[in-house]
Structure formats: C-alpha cells, structure tokens
Ligand binder design. Structure first.
Ligand code: FAD
Length: 488
C-alpha cells in the first residue's frame, strides 16, 4: 500500500499536520506508538495567532467553547502589584489567551481530523526509515509485535522532543539545558485574590510562582526550585513553596497532576532532509515561559501543510517546500530567545538585580505602548516571514502589511479544501489576466482592496507580495517563482 504522507506522532503538532493535509485532500497516515491520547494538561496556552490559523480550518470555535479566556497577566511581589498587562488590546478576533489542557486540545484536533475522514493509528511505532529519493521506505511495528513496511512519498516527524526521525537523520539538536529545575502542580486553589480569568505571577527572592487558570477554582502552578534535583513534588512541597513566596491565605487541595521538569533550549538548524521533514518539539524545544512551544509547533504544521498540498497537487514547484525550514527555523530562533529571556528574568537570584528587575518592570509595563507590544508578541500576531525567499516587492510608499507580514480579513485566507493565494486589487484587465494565468494558485475572484495597491496573500494569511496599483510585474514575478504550470 502506498500513500502520500506518513505523519509520525499524534501530539498536537502531528494532529494539526494531519488535519490540514486531510482538509487539502492529501492521502495520509498518522501513527502514534502510544495506545491512548495523553491525559495530561501539559501545554495550556493557545495564543491568538494559533486560533486565527485554526479558524481557517473551521475548528477554532470548538477550542474557544472548551477553553477558559484569560484577558490579563499580572506580576506581583507579595501583595504589591508590579504590573498588569491586558491582552484585550491585541488586534485579533481572539484578543485573549485561551487556556485549555493539552489533553483537550488533542481531543478536539482528533475530532476535527476525524470529521475530515482521517484516523489516528495508535500502537504503531516508526522504527526506521530510508529516503530512497523518490519515496521514503518506512519500517513500522504494531502493538502486537508485528512488523510492516510502508512506502510514503513524504515522512513528517512530529514525534516530539526525543524524535527518532531527528535522531536517525543525525541532525544536531543544538542548545543548552538549564541548571534550574521546576515543579508543576494542577490543583484546586482557594484564596487567590485575583479574578478567575487572570494569569497570576509572583516574583519572590526565592524564585517565581505562576498560577494559570484552567477552570473555575482549578489552576496550573509552576515554580522554580533552583538547583535541587529534578523530582515530582508532593502536595506538601507545593504548599510550602506557595506559602513562602505568595501572599497568605492561598490554600491548595485535590491535586490532579504533580510533576517535576527541567528546561532544554534546543533546535535543529534545518527542518528538512530530502523527503523528510521535522515539526514541533522534534525540531525545537524551549522553556514553557510564555507558553509558546505547542503554538509554535502547530504553526510549523500549518506552514508546511499548504505548501506540501500545492506541490502534491502539482500546482506549485517543489522548491516551494524549501521555504518551510527557512521560515520556521527563523521563528523558532526568536521564540527560543524570547522564552529564554522571560525565564531568566523570572529567576534572577541576586537581590540587587531582583529589585532592579521589579523596578524596571513596574516602570516599563506602566506604559500602555510597552504593554501592547508585549501582548502582541506573546499572542504571536507579530510573527512573520520578513526574510522569506517567497517575498517579492514592497512598495515602501504603500500603507498596509508588507511582504512577510500577517494580514487579517473578514473571510479568512486559506479556508476551504484547496490552498489558494488571494489577490487583493481593484478590478482591471491586468487583474483578470493574472487570475486566469495563475488559476491553479489563486482564489478564483479578486478580493477588494481597501487602499490603493495590490497584495498577494498566502494561504496562511501572510503577504507574499505588495505592489503599487499598476505594478503587476511584481505580482507576476512572485507567482512565477511558485506556479508550476502558469496558463500561457
Ligand atoms: C509541563 C509542560 C508544560 C508545557 N506548557 C506549555 C504551554 O503552556 N504552552 C505551550 O505552547 N507549550 C507547552 N509545553 C510544551 C508542549 O507540551 C509541547 O510543545 C507539545 O506537546 C509538542 O507537541 P508535539 O506534537 O510536537 O510533540 P508531543 O506532544 O511530544 O507528541 C509526540 C508524539 O509522538 C509519538 N511518538 C514518538 N516517537 C514515535 C515513534 N517512533 N513512532 C510513533 N509515534 C511516536 C509520541 O507517543 C507522542 O504522542 C509544555 C510542556 C510540558 C512538559
């Protein structure tokens, strides 16, 4: 049996990948060696940009209906509020942080995949593979011990931090392991004097404690424990830390999950090797500060899926696939640096530096401009591909998003079952010629321009080209780079 794509791993990234490919009618298999979905709440944060991208696929509503909307992040020292950052300023239909246990995110993604005809094969492990140049020969082991050979056109390793795919490709996973360890507790909390939809962080001389709301009265607590050996805490230890670092009166009960973890900050340089791709934790891992890991991985999957679909359908040149690693590796570098900085700021040990940090944070985050910039960055709406090889033109005099920047529209870009670029321009003979010439890449109709100029927008909502109202050669140049078979 031969199918186009083998997705290895049914975590949030593999499920997003499979669902996007299924939406674009690409035959696929998705396997996971685990017999069941995770029941752990692991990644809680789903940020605005991820929800916008899921919205194109029609599955953001289910997430929003299931999660808890946090609209504010506060930082305190004891009873003294250092800063409060509102997320409502974020220019997105999803101007909040959605908190939803990873187990629920995976359930929703799997249901979405099923609605598109896909099915996770559980208890099936990838044990080896070989890139034959025109296909990938994969060795699978089933839960009953039986072996299977499977030939795929493409192999996508969404197999997590300990990725077999990455390991067998011999790709270095470069970076550091932090010396500090952390504890995590999903517990019921009473006496926390903050609104139930606020993410609450306490900075203390001994370390930081963060409360993420999960459901009314239920929180995820994360705290650093310095150089103490990594271990799973008991409830007593979590209580001691909370009592020592937070205002009095907070009580914890009914633990659901208690765990210890360390932090690695690593990534591979190249997400692609021939017919094999990496996405998600298989390609990059970072501190949970800022809650960006799963979001970044899901956005990897979304970036790759439309490109692979266009190439597999014979609409785009195979070189389009090279932009995946370039674009997403750049994003991961940024996320690694941001989340690393946030972790180190929260963990500053020197007393003088702690006071300085608190003072600077208080003053800086008192400015609404700084608050908005921080909220925009956290929600990942500022992510873009300014250096993408796909970008063309720029027309500095034009207002509106530049090549590589995200564009929002009432009718989302990239919805439906065929990934298509959108052409935003006033109607003209040249515009109609462009629609006909690149019919396999473009949405069939123009979208009206709100300002003078022409925009070519990718199926993931990022601008590929921007040109003055008559500058059609720029648009043609961009489409020619991608289009496999323009109509002459
Ligand atoms: C405590 C904790 C808190 C976190 N908090 C956040 C947060 O708030 N926000 C955020 O964005 N991120 C957070 N993260 C990170 C987040 O959980 C990961 O980024 C996310 O799970 C990565 O998803 P993934 O699909 O790439 O990998 P995984 O979720 O690890 O899934 C990989 C899957 O591949 C399967 N697999 C592995 N090898 C094979 C094989 N050879 N054959 C078949 N199947 C295989 C595994 O069984 C697994 O199901 C947190 C992580 C932890 C541990």
């Amino acid at each position: 049996m031969k199918k186009s794509v083998l997705v290895v791993g049914a975590g949030p990234v593999g499920l997003t990948m499979a669902a996007e490919l299924a939406r674009f009618k690409i035959p696929l298999r998705i396997i996971d060696k685990a017999l069941a979905r995770t029941d752990k709440s692991k990644a809680l944060a789903v940020w605005a940009r991820t929800l916008e991208l899921l919205d194109r696929a029609g599955c953001a509503d289910a997430f929003v209906a299931t999660g808890l909307k946090a609209e504010t992040v506060s930082i305190s020292r004891g009873d003294e509020l250092i800063a409060r950052v509102s997320l409502t300023s974020v220019d997105s239909p999803f101007n909040y942080l959605l908190l939803i246990p990873q187990s629920e995110s995976e359930r929703l993604l799997e249901a979405h995949l099923q609605s598109l005809g896909g099915k996770v094969e559980r208890g099936v492990e990838l044990t080896g593979f070989s890139d034959l140049g025109t296909s990938v020969s994969c060795s699978l082991r089933h839960a009953d011990g039986s072996a299977e050979s499977f030939e795929a056109d493409w192999l996508i390793g969404c197999d997590g931090a300990h990725s077999l795919v990455r390991g067998r490709l011999g790709l270095p996973f470069e970076g550091d392991t932090l010396a500090t360890h952390f504890i995590l507790a999903d517990v019921h909390v009473a006496g926390l004097n903050f609104p139930g939809n606020e993410l609450v962080m306490f900075w203390h001389a001994d370390g930081a404690v963060v409360f993420f709301p999960i459901a009314p009265g239920r929180y995820r607590i994360i705290a650093d424990i310095g150089n103490s050996p990594q271990h799973d805490p008991d409830l007593e230890e979590v209580r001691r830390i909370v009592n020592g670092r937070c205002p009095p009166g907070i009580t914890l009960s009914n633990p659901i999950w208690l765990a210890g973890f360390g932090i690695n900050e690593r990534k591979v340089e190249n997400y692609r090797s021939g017919r094999i791709f990496l996405a998600g934790d298989a390609a990059h891992i970072h501190s949970p500060a800022g809650g960006q890991g799963m979001n970044t991985g899901m956005q990897d999957a979304i970036n790759l899926a439309w490109k692979l679909a266009l190439v597999e359908h014979g609409d785009a040149k195979p070189a389009l696939l090279d932009s995946y690693s370039d674009e997403r590796s750049e994003v991961a570098k940024q996320i690694l640096s941001d989340s690393g900085r946030m972790t180190r700021v929260a963990m500053v040990e020197n007393h003088f530096m702690q006071n300085l940090r608190n003072f600077v944070a208080h003053r800086l985050l008192g400015f609404s401009g700084v608050q908005h910039a921080m909220a925009d960055r956290l929600s990942e709406i500022t992510i873009g591909y300014p250096h993408s090889q796909l970008n063309t033109g720029s027309s500095k005099n034009l207002k509106g998003p530049k090549p590589g920047e995200r564009m929002l529209a009432e009718k989302p870009f990239g919805a439906g079952n065929t990934p298509r670029f959108a052409l935003i321009a006033a109607d003209s003979a040249e515009a109609q010629t462009m629609l006909q010439r690149h019919a396999r890449l473009l949405e069939p109709a123009l979208r009206p321009a709100e300002a003078p100029g022409i925009w070519l927008v990718r199926p993931d909502g990022y601008v590929a080209a921007r040109a003055g109202a008559d500058d059609w050669p720029i648009i043609e140049g961009c489409l020619t780079k991608i289009d496999l078979a323009p109509v002459s």
